[in-house]
Design a protein around this ligand. Structure first.
Ligand code: CMX
Length: 459
């Protein structure tokens, strides 16, 4: 383990450090304060020395093809390589697993560690992570008005719609909006943005769990936030699965590694675009959630489960490779996409998919699970079928191909809810960028569009 260790006369075990206050431990805000000046200087230099340099061409295919591949936005926390996959400030998922502090008694990366890394580019100490966990737990209760709003929604309303509405309503208490109305300096924007972002991340588990309980387990009491537990530990408790420590660990890993996937994906980009108008973090992230709710993006994890379960229903548990091949071709010939496969940037198996599969491989009960086995078998044949089909540029699985099967195995079977978990996670990266956009003074996003006639005239 390479992570920095909190200095004390006697090294403290994970459980001993949990929940204790460390007077000398930096807060996330203090850690950010330290790194912001260097980034501001870097941007100033880039602007002064390189503003007019050309870094690529714009082709007609970019304009009519969803801007694929255009290098046209700044995003600090992560960069996506088509073959290697995601790196968070240069660290791969494997690096993160080795270096980021876990929960006491746990092994997997936790959301607080990932958030600290994304925000600051530094590896936090265990004490910093514990302090952040405590802060989030202290701020995690929902305002009564938002509880009432969520409780008033029909159970038939999709959980993602409810999540987006709840997040938007949290802007009632936006520190950024209030300070903007009072009149604040531009240099203060990032501190109020950070305050909103921390409050939002803290409240997401209670909001998301309330939606789950209302829709799927009505009438059951939701446990109070445990101030000694990490964000996802609390989320798992509030969902009603706190006794299942394996599921808790899975959700910690899931939520950490779904947190950021550079800036061009639809949810991250939406948060950035809306935030660039100086909308507060709640409104910006609410908009992002509605982008995440599309089946070509985050809703794919729901769709994968639906598709796999239909396959299981049709074929039974003893699925062979031939059965799956035939099912894949049927899906493709009926004009549908194979959910969980393909990607706008990636050209190899998604390392997030691999990390979740490794989690399955480390637990015998998951290896024996029919739904996990089916997902693994599908992985063995789908890339070949998609290659033969010849349309997709990337026949390999993305993270959504596997994320839902473990939830299903552990009893969280309501797959319409799965994208909400993704939504709890994606806040880590999207909100990090909002803080950086304000710290760097990034402008309103406003690309130029063209009509087809205007394009033809140009050509
Ligand atoms: N099954 C069938 N066809 C596919 C396919 C798949 N899994 N992936 C791509 N294609 C098709 C596209 O629909 C497109 O067809 P048309 O030319 O008829 O429009 C063609 O192959 C070329 O597409 P591409 O350039 O390879 O992929 P895109 O960048 O346009 O789209 C994505 C990327 C993810 C939307 C697409 O691969 C897809 O629809 N996958 C299934 C849905 C999914 O898993 N989404 C989750 C992505 C990860 C996430 O954001 O969470």
């Amino acid at each position: 383990m390479l992570h920095r260790v909190y200095l004390s006369a006697k090294p403290l075990s994970r459980s001993a450090t949990w929940g204790r206050r460390f007077a000398s431990t930096k807060t996330l805000k203090e850690a950010l304060q330290e790194v912001i000046p260097a980034k501001q200087a870097q941007l100033k230099k880039l602007k002064a020395e390189h503003s007019q340099k050309v870094i690529g061409d714009i082709k007609v295919e970019n304009v009519i093809g969803g801007m694929r591949g255009l290098k046209s936005m700044l995003w600090e926390a992560s960069v996506l390589d088509p073959n290697e996959g995601i790196r968070f400030h240069g660290l791969s998922i494997t690096d993160c697993k080795q270096q980021l502090p876990a929960a006491p008694g746990g092994k997997e990366i936790i959301a607080e560690s990932m958030l600290w890394l994304l925000m600051t580019g530094k590896i936090p100490t265990e004490a910093e992570v514990r302090q952040l966990s405590r802060e989030l737990a202290e701020k995690g209760d929902l305002p009564v008005a938002v509880e009432k709003l969520i409780d008033s929604l029909p159970n038939s309303l999709h959980p993602m719609t409810q999540l987006g509405m709840g997040v938007a309503a949290l802007n009632h208490d936006s520190a950024f909006q209030a300070a903007y109305e009072r009149g604040m300096k531009k240099t203060d924007y990032w501190t109020y943005t950070l305050e909103d972002c921390i409050n939002l991340i803290a409240r997401l588990p209670a909001l998301a769990a309330r939606i789950y309980r209302n829709v799927y387990k009505p009438g059951q009491a939701i446990p109070a936030l445990d101030k000694e537990l990490d964000l996802v530990g609390n989320y798992t408790n509030m969902l009603g699965y706190g006794e299942n420590k394996d599921l808790m660990e899975y959700l910690r890993l899931y939520i950490s590694i779904h947190g950021d996937h550079e800036g061009g994906n639809a949810s991250a980009h939406t948060a950035h675009l809306v935030g660039s108008t100086l909308s507060d973090p709640y409104l910006s992230y609410s908009a992002a959630l509605f982008a995440l709710a599309g089946p070509l993006h985050g809703l794919a994890n729901q769709e994968v489960l639906r598709w796999q379960l239909l396959m299981q229903k049709e074929i039974g548990d003893n699925v062979t490779h031939e059965h799956i091949k035939e099912y894949l071709w049927r899906t493709l010939k009926s004009g549908q996409v194979v959910p969980g496969y393909g990607h706008g940037v990636l050209r190899k198996s998604d390392p997030r998919f691999v990390a979740l599969l490794e989690f399955c491989d480390s637990r015998p009960e998951l290896l024996a699970s029919p739904i996990v086995q089916m997902v693994k078998k599908t992985y063995e044949v789908a890339p070949g079928v998609l290659t033969e089909h010849g349309k997709t540029k990337n026949p390999w699985p993305n993270v959504d191909a596997t994320s839902g099967c473990v939830l299903h195995h552990y009893g969280l079977t309501e797959f319409k809810y799965y994208t909400v978990i993704f939504g709890v996670s994606r806040a880590l990266g999207a909100l990090t960028q909002l803080v950086w956009a304000r710290a760097l003074g990034l402008p309103l996003e406003r690309p130029k569009s063209l009509s087809m006639d205007a394009l033809e005239k140009l050509l």
